[in-house]
Ligand binder design. Structure first.
Ligand SMILES: Cc1cc2nc3c(=O)[nH]c(=O)nc-3n(C[C@H](O)[C@H](O)[C@H](O)COP(=O)(O)OP(=O)(O)OC[C@H]3O[C@@H](n4cnc5c(N)ncnc54)[C@H](O)[C@@H]3O)c2cc1C
Length: 444
């Protein structure tokens, strides 16, 4: 199969820019053989490679990525490794309990695998820490979302704490939030630092990562698979595709994967005066009560104290967006920022960027053997940090014949359902997103 499209990440990978220059790995420049090839060095790919090396320490494992480690979506997300999803799927707080419990089990297994990597590879608390997050509400509608979410959590016996406007101001410094719901199980990561540390932690003589090595073609030669990059090739018995939405670029699940871009902006490092004006805690992480609202984080690690916001979502089936999209979205970002932090009216954004997510219409992932000895752990449906970690680990176990209840949980998903034909799906999906953002009102 000829690969049809390649990753294209708009704007800088801001989290990576904050860090000292990282390890520059070579591109693949010759023909090699290996026991395993993993395509994609994001959460799923690195997790799969790590698990393979745990199960078969003497096997030779190659990881190829089209870009540099931490430059793709794995290094440009907002860094919430969420255990309990926001959109719990029952309308009466009692339906679908099994589905919710299964999803929470899987997400927690992903967070546990990330935590064990953090311990094994000596990552700092900046890279990974289990410190929870807040669902922040600005509008009455947002408060109702939080109340509904709290009922779900009660039903699932999950812990949480409700925060009033005063508590929200003392944490965030912003007077905009009238309600919050703190849940303790989310791990917060500096995504570029985490993914860089994971990549360097798993590398050994037997496990090699090649950057800037896009797979252009993947073909069978007898019983082996051969992956061809611009300057080299890998011949191998088994391949794991951990490329999220780019699975479609390899010719699989045509018209079944929804390619969404979402966007972030990060301020310059805040000055002492800015910090005094802002007040609040030095680190906090807030998801919006309305899922199409604005995610906000305050960080205080390498690169100084900064605020980061993320909002807007666009459906882009070509897997690419034009640069002007970033400047269009910047207008919404600046408004969202000024609404929440009017005391910081002189603070400018230093970085603006976008990145890819992959969803399916029926909220299922792509997991398993998709052709003989060709495996996929893709379509993470939004919560791709935790889901990528767990689906990567489990796809390695599946390919090695290891069985577990968790693997059965992961395999119990249906197949992604088909999207309507073009242009209906693009027009329809973007209308749904725009309407959702309109209804989010001040939560955006
Ligand atoms: C702005 C933003 C904020 C987000 N916030 C969050 C959040 O807070 N929490 C959360 O859980 N998720 C978040 N996400 C989503 C999350 O980043 C993704 O779901 C996650 O990165 C998916 O992990 P993955 O390993 O499956 O895929 P990816 O991280 O996309 O990794 C796939 C890799 O495959 C490589 N690849 C693709 N094609 C080829 C090829 N032909 N050859 C070689 N390599 C190839 C790509 O370069 C890429 O590095 C956010 C995304 C964005 C853009």
């Amino acid at each position: 199969m000829q690969v049809r499209r390649f990753p294209c990440d708009p704007g800088p990978a801001a989290w990576n820019e904050l860090l000292p220059a990282g390890q520059q790995r070579a591109a693949l420049k010759h023909a090699v053989t290996a026991d395993w090839l993993v395509v994609g060095a994001g959460f799923a790919g690195l997790s799969a490679a790590r698990r393979l090396s745990e199960l078969h320490p003497t096997d030779r494992i190659i990881v190829l990525d089209a870009t540099r480690v931490a430059e793709g979506p794995a290094g440009r997300n907002s860094g919430f490794m969420i255990d309990v999803p926001h959109d719990l799927t029952s309308s009466n707080y009692s339906g679908n309990t099994n589905h919710n419990l299964r999803e929470i089990r899987l997400n927690r297994a992903g967070i546990d695998y990330a935590k064990s990597a953090c311990e094994a590879f000596g990552m700092s608390a900046e890279a990974f820490s289990l410190r929870g997050k807040i669902n922040g509400a600005i509008t009455q509608r947002g408060v109702e979302h939080n109340t509904g979410y709290a009922l779900h959590l009660d039903h699932l016996s999950e812990p949480y704490e409700r925060l009033d406007a005063n508590a929200m101001k003392s944490i965030t410094g912003s007077s905009s939030y009238i309600d919050g719901l703190f849940s303790p199980g989310t791990a917060m990561i500096q995504p570029a630092l985490f993914i860089r540390s994971l990549a360097s932690g798993i590398e050994t003589e037997r496990l090699k990562i090649f950057e800037q090595s896009p797979v252009h073609e993947l073909k069978r030669e007898g019983v082996t698979w051969k992956a061809i990059t611009p300057e080299g090739s890998v011949s191998t018995a088994k391949v794991i595709l951990a490329v999220n939405g780019h699975l479609e670029s390899f010719g699989f699940y045509d018209r079944s994967l929804m390619h969404i871009f979402t966007y972030g902006s990060m301020t310059h490092a805040l000055s002492k005066t800015d910090l005094a004006r802002l007040g609040g805690h030095s680190e906090w992480a807030l998801t919006p009560a309305d899922s199409l609202g604005t995610t906000v984080r305050r960080i205080s690690g390498t690169g100084g104290d900064r605020l980061i916001i993320r909002n807007r979502a666009t459906f882009d089936p070509t897997l690419a967006v034009k640069d002007k999209r970033i400047s269009q979205v910047a207008r919404t970002h600046d408004r969202s920022f000024k609404d929440r932090f009017p005391m910081l009216k002189n603070v400018e954004m230093q970085y603006r960027w976008g990145g890819r997510l992959c969803l399916s219409r029926n909220n299922v992932s792509v997991f398993g053997e998709i052709e003989n000895n060709l495996y996929a752990a893709c379509c993470q449906n939004g919560l791709g940090t935790a889901k990528g970690m767990v689906s990567g680990k489990l796809i390695a176990e599946e390919a090695c014949g290891v069985q577990s209840d968790l693997l059965d949980d992961q395999k119990s998903d249906a197949q992604p359902s088909k999207l309507p034909p073009q242009p209906i799906s693009t027009v329809g999906a973007n209308m749904v997103l725009r309407w959702g953002e309109f209804k989010a009102g001040k939560e955006l």
